[in-house]
Design a protein. Structure first.
Length: 426
């Protein structure tokens, strides 16, 4: 299969170039990037007035497969990903059963090849069953292609055990993906600890719940000289600590989600479970710090923490609703609307935070760049398309979003994985 993309504005942070160019893909690879490519391609896509960027890489998704597929599965999650321009996802291991052995990693990765239109990297758990008592088969999972480990959904509270897991990860060149939450400080909290939570009669979650574990994990990563990636950062002090850790030479990276850099706790006007996520929506001061962190590069990546739930699990009221929202189908449009158009990020920085840097964090040298020899993972993004987010149009099984009805500008027009068109806007 040969595919020629004509007249698009190619955004390539790997080379810091932005120009109207043609892109030729043959088989699974990019073979040429130049002006006015003349060739007899099997398919030609006119990308005039659109951005052509490396396919987005989402470092944090929940596909709920195996065991919780009434919420999402590899097929529907993959469809949601490519609709959002995401060509590679990192799937968290808190499935049922938990992904904690080589065989389980291999099983998901093998099924994903045939079931998912996006590429799936399955992480392994830090501890067996995510029970925090005994390390899982970290080295074996690494050799099976898990790229990293995570206890996502919780933190390993036994610091000694966690440090041993970090040592094994470092010895096998694996990234530790950290969900930072001190369970001993949560005390039943469900929303940010502030006057808004009191108004709604909800128990609060303080910033310290996150910040204490961020500090611990950075210290431990420095001691073991491992690679630490902080998931879904939500507080101003997380940004500060990441900056200080990087300045100290500690190998730490961090991500932020659209809901955390857009919404604040003040956006929760009523008892609506679609605004419930973990960590919770924070204050305006936190949001401003997260945005500044993204702009400066202290925060490395934009991820979604795509967390689909059934309608029944979300409509029971804020206090009882499941934590989490979906995000794969809305991330690009929200980022463009809320960060690029106001000038917080340039379009080059958007591509960097959503593609190039995530590829570097994972050590994927074949992705995050549109250049001859690179994988043919490409997204064509229409910056002029205006619309309204409608959860009823989601292809994900999950419809749980606080952004339903929100006006956005910018939309994924075409997603290409390994040289094949896997999504095209109607």
């Amino acid at each position: 299969m040969s595919l020629l993309i004509k007249n698009g504005k190619v955004i390539n942070p790997a080379t810091n170039t932005e120009d109207v160019l043609d892109v030729l893909l043959e088989g699974e690879k990019v073979v040429a990037v130049a002006k006015n490519i003349e060739t007899e391609a099997e398919r030609v896509i006119d990308a005039s007035d659109c951005y052509v960027m490396p396919g987005f890489i989402d470092l944090h998704v929940h596909f709920r497969d195996p065991g919780l597929t009434y919420k999402e599965d590899l097929r529907t999650g993959g469809m949601a990903a490519v609709k959002g321009g995401v060509t590679t996802v990192v799937a968290m291991p808190n499935t049922k059963p938990v992904i904690d052995t080589r065989e389980k990693v291999e099983a998901v990765n093998a099924r994903a090849l045939s079931e998912s239109p996006t590429k799936v990297i399955q992480l392994g758990a830090v501890t067996k069953g995510q029970e925090g008592k005994e390390l899982s088969e970290i080295a074996a999972m690494g050799s099976a292609g898990c790229f990293g480990i995570s206890e996502d959904g919780k933190s390993v509270m036994d610091s000694g055990l966690y440090k041993e897991g970090m040592k094994v990860a470092a010895a096998n060149d694996l990234v530790v993906f950290a969900h930072c939450e001190d369970i001993n400080l949560v005390k039943g909290g469900v929303a940010n600890a502030d006057e808004n939570a009191k108004r709604l009669g909800l128990k609060g979650i303080t910033n310290s719940v996150e910040d204490v574990i961020v500090a611990r994990d950075i210290i431990l990563a420095g001691e073991v000289k491992g690679k630490l990636h902080l998931c879904h950062c939500s507080t101003k002090d997380s940004v500060r600590m990441v900056k200080e850790a990087k300045e100290a030479g500690i190998r730490v990276t961090a991500e932020v989600c659209p809901h955390h850099f857009i919404l604040t706790t003040d956006d929760i006007k009523e008892d609506d479970g679609n605004f419930k996520m973990n960590p919770p929506l924070r204050t305006k001061a936190d949001v401003l710090a997260l945005r500044e962190g993204l702009k400066s590069g202290v925060i490395d990546a934009i991820a979604t923490d795509h967390a689909p739930h059934s309608e029944e699990e979300k409509k029971v009221g804020f206090a009882k609703a499941a934590f989490g929202i979906v995000g794969l189908e809305t991330s690009a449009a929200l980022t463009y609307t809320e960060l690029v158009l106001p000038g917080v990020l340039s379009i080059m920085q958007m591509a960097e935070r959503m593609s190039v840097t995530p590829a570097k964090i994972l050590g994927l040298s074949d992705r995050g760049n549109i250049a001859p020899g690179m994988n043919g993972d490409v997204v064509i993004f229409d910056p002029e398309k205006e619309g309204v987010i409608d959860k009823n149009n989601f292809v994900s099984k999950g419809k749980n979003t606080p952004f339903d009805g929100r006006k956005v500008k910018g939309e994924v027009r075409v997603t290409i994985v390994d040289g094949n068109v896997v999504y095209e806007r109607e």
